[in-house]
Design a protein around this ligand. Sequence first.
Ligand code: FSX
Ligand code: SF4
Ligand code: F3S
Length: 311
Amino acid sequence: MDNHVDLNERLALKGVSRRDFMKFCGLMATVLGLPMSFAPRIAEAMEKKRPTVVWMHFAECTGCTESFIRTTYPWAADIIFDVIDLAYHETIMAAAGDQAEEILEKTVKDNKGKYICIAEGAIPTKDNGVYGKVHGKTFLEIANHVCKNAAATICVGACACDGGVQAAKPNPTEAKSVSAVTGLKTVNIAGCPPNANNMVATIVHYLLLGKLPALDDKGRPLFAYGYLIHDNCPRRGHFENQEFVKQFGDEGAAKGWCLYQVGCAGPETYNNCPIIQWNQGTNWPIRAGHPCIGCSEPKFWDDMSPFYVQK
Ligand code: FSX
Ligand code: SF4
Ligand code: F3S
């Protein structure tokens, strides 16, 4: 059976119709900043290739995985897990213990230099990395083995990208980013957590064009992090008119005024939240009345805090 029939059949079993799949491909074209006419080419690319992927958990809260697998429409996770060959993912795999470890080892050995590693979480480095272990090995050892033998490493979330909350002051475990520990140039899907559509679109880009997307100087894909929140914010007119929320629940808040004076980091934060939004495109922090806390900027826990005060 060719993969074309295969993918459609597998998706149908999950209740994803061809029409829904094409809708998903259209959404991916939008996220990637491509014309809608690319949707059929995206569909074709997804039907043909099945790259092997291992998804590693280091020091983190699993919010990135949750952000990814809890999408309900248009079934981003369902679709992508059928398009890639996900060999290892501790949260969702059936195998456990020695069996899981064997799968990981075999995948790395058999696909050396060819598989994609998705890394979630920071790497504690103090005392030779003893503060984070799986199956008797430190995250430090695992990252140096699994990430270094991959064709590419995609970091999902602030923790993997720059250390995240683990690396916030006083950083008791001396946690670092995957790139700092391994010396690799990683693709950084920043955010705490990142938007699932940005994670999926990075993989789709790889399938469509055979290469990873163009990155900014922080390793973030430009298609998602090439925009300043402040420049696309629907409250921007209120900023220009100096109409500010002074405290949560006040009259300005009821009128949807600008959140700058209650700590909004939108003027310093690059992300596409106002464009693609969250929760199936229904809402995002600022629209819901909460200031942006700068979660896609490196070291935001230290540099953007205290939150809720004017920067
Ligand atoms: Fe970090 Fe991911 Fe923040 Fe959590 O696992 S990016 S703590 S939301 O989710 O790594
Ligand atoms: Fe800028 Fe934030 Fe005000 Fe929006 S709410 S205009 S991002 S400061
Ligand atoms: Fe994060 Fe700000 Fe978007 S807090 S989710 S970058 S609005």
